[in-house]
Every structure is written in C-alpha cells, then in structure tokens.
Ligand binder design. Structure first.
Ligand code: COA
Length: 166
C-alpha cells in the first residue's frame, strides 16, 4: 500500500526523502543534499515536504517526493521543486498522485492562487496531463533544458459564472 503525506525535517522519513532527491535529481548534476542546501541557503527549512511511502519489512520507505515553496516572488503562487519518483516505481501513477495531493493542500488550506515549477522538458507532458500549462520559452538550468509550467486554482462552484451570464 502506498501512503501520501506531508512530513517535517524531524520526521524519520526525511533522510529517505533526501536520499531519493539525491539519487534521482541531484547526483546526475553532481550535487548532493549538502551542496543543494549550500546553493539555496535558507530554502530547505522553508519547503513543505511531501512524500509517498511504501511499507517494507525494514520499515516505511520513501518512493516519491516533492517540495513546495509556499511563498515566492510571484504573489499568491507557490513553487514545486525536486519532484522525484523512485526509478523502480516510475509509471505507476505515484508522481501524479503526489502532485494532486499538493494541489489539494495548496488550493485548499493554504489558499494559494496558483502553482508553478521549472520542469525538465522531458517531464513537460507529465505536468500537462495534470492540467498544467507551459509559460514562456524553454531555458537552461543546471545545464538541463527546462520549461516553466503553471496551474491556477480551479474555480469553486460559487465562483463559476452562471450560465445566464454567458
Ligand atoms: C517525472 C516523474 C516525477 C513522473 O512520476 P511518475 O510516478 O513516473 O509518473 P506517473 O506514473 O504518475 O505518470 C502520470 C502520467 O504522466 C506520464 N509521464 C510520466 N513521466 C513522464 C515523463 N517523464 N514524460 C512524459 N510523460 C510522463 C505517464 O505516462 C502518465 O500518463 P498516463 O496517466 O496517461 O499513464 C518521474 O518519472 C521522475 O521522477 N522522473 C525523473 C526525475 C524528473 O524528471 N523529475 C521531474 C523534474 S521536473
């Protein structure tokens, strides 16, 4: 069974989250967590940490994660970062479910108007399938082509334009 939850840096699952980020995202660009923390001072403690876990005989294991930066220089918009799923578990719907969990929190209790991320261009269609849209031109980050992807909060029923106004 896969469990989706938000954790803090005190959680025993946090080292597993860091290890997954290293394996999937950081090591391929020559980083580890320490180097990432030094490159983005003050960020690690500001992130909201979301993980997907599975239980194993040795305890719960992190198989997916993403970080949410709640306050960005774009008012009302949070930023998703470090989205990663264990290579052995990719393609099972875990990444999709993690993003849906974050959207639900972000647009619900956090009251954000939108979310954006810098997606590796190879992952653009992953976000598009979730209703995110590209914004602007492709650009390079860490020598990898990226595309900004954005989603805005879906209107709640009371905000929808009544049919009679069309
Ligand atoms: C990209 C990533 C997070 C997707 O997570 P995942 O659990 O493998 O994706 P899911 O199984 O939830 O896929 C959801 C949908 O997106 C599609 N999809 C998944 N990964 C994709 C990719 N890299 N490119 C295009 N489409 C992708 C799937 O086909 C699936 O479509 P379906 O619902 O029609 O079957 C994961 O593959 C990963 O960690 N990749 C390496 C690191 C990375 O690229 N991170 C993102 C940086 S922005």
């Amino acid at each position: 069974m896969i469990t989706y939850k938000q954790i803090t840096r005190d959680d025993p699952l946090y080292p597993g989250e860091c290890r997954l980020r290293e394996r999937v995202l950081l090591e391929p660009i020559g980083y580890d967590i320490q180097k990432f923390i030094e490159a983005y001072p003050g960020f690690e403690e500001r992130f909201e940490h979301f993980v997907a876990t599975t239980s194993t005989p040795g305890g719960d294991r992190v198989i997916g994660c993403v970080l949410l930066l709640r306050e960005t220089d774009r008012p009302g918009f949070g930023k998703l970062m470090q989205m990663a799923v264990d290579p052995q578990r990719q393609g099972e719907g875990i990444g999709k479910r993690i993003v849906i969990e974050v959207e639900s929190k972000a647009f619900g209790e956090m009251g954000l108007e939108g979310l954006y991320c810098h997606a590796q261009t190879s992952a653009v269609s992953f976000y598009e399938q979730l209703g995110w849209q590209p914004e602007g031109e492709e650009f390079e980050e860490a020598a990898i082509p990226h595309q900004k992807m954005v989603i805005t909060r879906p209107p709640v029923a009371s905000e929808q334009v009544p049919v009679s106004d069309w």
